[in-house]
Design a protein around this ligand. Structure first.
Ligand code: SF4
Ligand SMILES: [Zn+2]
Length: 386
């Protein structure tokens, strides 16, 4: 069955047009509000323009991801990476008018590369070393968050940073689901053995790096209720595996992803926002702990300082989603404000106290009752044999 999913994903990926970008300029820079050490702070997110995720290149990648849309036609060289980073350090890449930019103003830096920062085929060890060495000069940066697939979390990659940088580093790893069938068939993650993820956490902790689990909420082929239950279980399992924090990532749609394709076929709906509160309370209840570091990915008050094709959204930013998780048009924004508040305070009341919408709350309750007695394999067969 995995072959059917992979074939379909690869077919979609072939249609992804490789664009010309300025390889000397980061893909995006934004500031967002973030909860750190008990208070709300400004976090800076730098997305480097890179050569793209290797999993994507080899297998078509994960079903919900279209990061490849931001991969340039021409190879990003070490020199390009260094130029990109220097333009962040000296503020030259900032496009927003009147912005007095200083990297040292931000206690938390997210340094992303639309793939795995620890995969030396995507971004070389000397480049990573150069970047982290330069970060030592920014004493106000207390924590750097990067992302990597679990298999690239090696002692070599960690030592490469550790030898030149002594600040806190948190590594976000896509766990997506701890259910192998869901992770492989629904997410197409390509990590059949969960031990790879467990070992990555151990290796990070050995060097006092922090581990953040990304848990994708509602991949393709699942009902809303199955997706909620899986997100709760996966988050709980992730904390038990030793992850220091969990970021629940509701699926959003970007061009050329399998999720987007199935949405266009009428075979997929993005997750309901009402489900988010169920997930967070479910994790608290199962672990009998309300002091966990749980984030809801994608919902932070943000200010874009630089985008690949000019400051801005949508048409100007190839990685901006076309549709995010939603309720009805009357209450979606209110719920999103509640999530942003939760991310800035970690207070569950920001979600539980959202007024129940007279138009869609009951529809969501009914959606949660929908059952599908078919196996995931059968669902895949039914969809793709049409
Ligand atoms: S989610 Fe991560 S691993 Fe999967 S295709 Fe996207 S960048 Fe690659
Ligand atoms: Zn509503």
């Amino acid at each position: 069955m995995i072959n059917i999913v992979e074939k379909q994903i690869k077919h979609l990926r072939k249609e992804t047009p490789l664009k010309e970008f300025d390889n000397n300029k980061p893909a995006e820079i934004e500031i967002n509000k973030f909860f750190y050490e008990g208070k709300m702070i400004d976090r800076i997110m730098v997305v480097l323009r890179t050569n793209g995720c290797e999993h994507y290149k080899k297998t078509g990648g994960c079903s919900m991801c279209s990061h490849f849309n931001g991969t340039p036609k021409h190879k990003v060289t070490d020199k390009n990476y260094i130029n990109q980073w220097n333009s962040v350090v000296n503020g030259e890449c900032i496009e927003k008018d009147g912005c007095k930019f200083d990297l040292n103003d931000y206690p938390v830096l997210c340094l992303y590369n639309l793939g795995s920062l620890f995969n030396k085929n995507e971004i070389s060890l000397p480049v990573i070393r150069y970047i982290f060495k330069s970060l030592n000069e920014f004493k106000n940066i207390k924590k750097v968050i990067v992302e990597s697939r679990a298999e690239y979390v090696t002692e070599e990659a960690i030592k490469n940073i550790k030898e030149v940088y002594d600040g806190i580093v948190e590594v976000g790893i896509g766990v997506e689901s701890t259910n192998t069938n869901i992770r492989e068939l629904c997410h197409h993650k390509g990590i059949e053995d969960i031990k790879i993820i467990k070992n990555a956490v151990k290796t990070l902790h050995k060097y006092s790096f922090k581990a953040l689990a990304y848990v994708n909420f509602k991949p393709v082929f699942l009902t809303e209720k199955e997706a909620v239950d899986d997100a709760i279980k996966t988050s709980v399992d992730s904390f038990k595996m030793g992850f220091d924090a969990v970021s629940v990532e509701p699926t959003s749609l970007q061009d050329y992803s399998l999720a987007n394709y199935l949405y266009e076929m009428g075979q997929y709906r993005v997750p309901w926002l009402w489900s988010i509160e169920r997930i967070v309370s479910g994790i608290y209840d199962k672990l009998k702990n309300k002091k966990l570091d749980i984030r809801i990915g994608g919902y932070f008050d943000e200010e874009v300082l630089s985008g690949s094709q000019g400051v801005g959204y949508e048409g100007k930013n190839e990685i901006f989603p076309t549709l995010t998780s939603s309720n009805c048009s009357l209450c979606t924004n209110r719920y999103i404000d509640g999530i942003k508040k939760f991310n800035a305070t970690y207070d569950i009341k920001s979600l539980t106290e959202i007024e129940k919408c007279p138009h869609c709350y009951r529809i969501w309750l009914d959606t949660m009752k929908i059952k599908d007695s078919r196996s995931i394999e059968q669902r895949i067969k039914d969809i793709f044999s049409k």
